[in-house]
Design a protein around this ligand. Structure first.
Ligand code: 5GP
Length: 192
C-alpha cells in the first residue's frame, strides 16, 4: 500500500478556507483532516475535536515541552499546532491527510523537508479579503485589521508553495486542487 499524501493548505483568514476544506472532504472520501490543537476561543458553529482540539495555554505549552507537535506557531495571539499523531495515523493507514497551516507552519515543514503538496489559496484582492472578513462578522475591528496585515505578509511568501490558486469561485478552486492531487498521484516517481 502506498503511504497517503500530506496536502498542506494555507489560506489567509477570510479567503474561504473553511468552505474549501468542507468541499474537499466531501469530494475526497480518502482524505482525513489533521485536526490541529489551538488555544483560541471556539467560534459559533465550531465543534471541539472536529474543527480543532481546543485546549488551554497551559495544556498547549505542556505539549510543546513533551514534543507532541510536528510544528506549532502563534497566530493572531493564539497558539496553533499540528500533533504528530494527527498526521501519522491517517498516513499510516493509506489515507491522505489535509493539513491547514499558516505560513509559519509551512516554513517549519519546508525547513525539515516534510514531503507533501503545498498549496496557497489567494484572495482575488486585498479589498475582497477585507470585505469577506467584515461580512463574516465574527471579528472585532482590531482583529480584522490584524488579519489583513497577516494576510498581506502571507501572500508575499507565495514562493514557498508548489501551487498558488486564486479563489474567485470556490467550486473552481476545489476543482483545481482535485486536478493537482490527481496529477501528483499518477507521477511515475511515486511507483517503486
Ligand atoms: P482560524 O483561527 O481562522 O481557524 O485560523 C487562523 C490561522 O491559523 C489560519 O491561517 C490557519 O491556517 C492557521 N492554522 C490552523 N491550524 C494550524 C496549525 O496546526 N499550525 C499552524 N502553524 N497554523 C495553523
Amino acid at each position: 500500500m502506498l503511504e497517503g499524501f500530506a496536502l498542506i493548505l494555507s489560506a489567509p483568514s477570510g479567503t474561504g478556507k473553511t468552505t474549501i476544506c468542507k468541499l474537499l472532504r466531501e469530494k475526497l472520501p480518502n482524505l482525513r483532516f489533521a485536526i490541529s490543537h489551538t488555544t483560541r476561543l471556539i467560534r459559533d458553529g465550531e465543534k471541539d475535536n472536529v474543527d480543532y482540539i481546543f485546549i488551554s495555554t497551559k495544556e498547549f505549552e505542556d505539549k510543546i515541552k513533551s514534543q507532541d507537535f510536528l510544528e506549532w506557531a502563534q497566530v493572531h495571539n493564539s497558539y496553533y499546532g499540528t500533533s504528530f499523531q494527527s498526521i501519522d495515523e491517517p498516513k499510516k493507514n493509506g489515507h491522505d491527510a489535509l493539513l491547514e497551516l499558516d505560513v509559519q507552519g509551512v516554513e517549519s515543514l519546508r525547513k525539515m523537508k516534510y514531503p507533501g503538496i503545498y498549496i496557497l489559496i489567494l484572495p482575488p484582492s486585498i479589498a475582497e479579503l477585507e470585505a469577506r472578513l467584515r461580512k463574516r462578522g465574527t471579528n472585532s475591528e482590531e482583529s480584522i485589521l490584524q488579519r489583513i496585515e497577516t494576510g498581506k505578509a502571507e501572500i508575499k511568501k507565495y514562493k514557498m508553495y508548489d501551487y498558488a490558486i486564486t479563489n474567485h469561485v470556490v467550486e473552481d478552486t476545489v476543482s483545481s486542487i482535485l486536478t493537482i492531487l490527481h496529477a501528483e498521484k499518477v507521477k511515475a516517481s511515486r511507483y517503486s
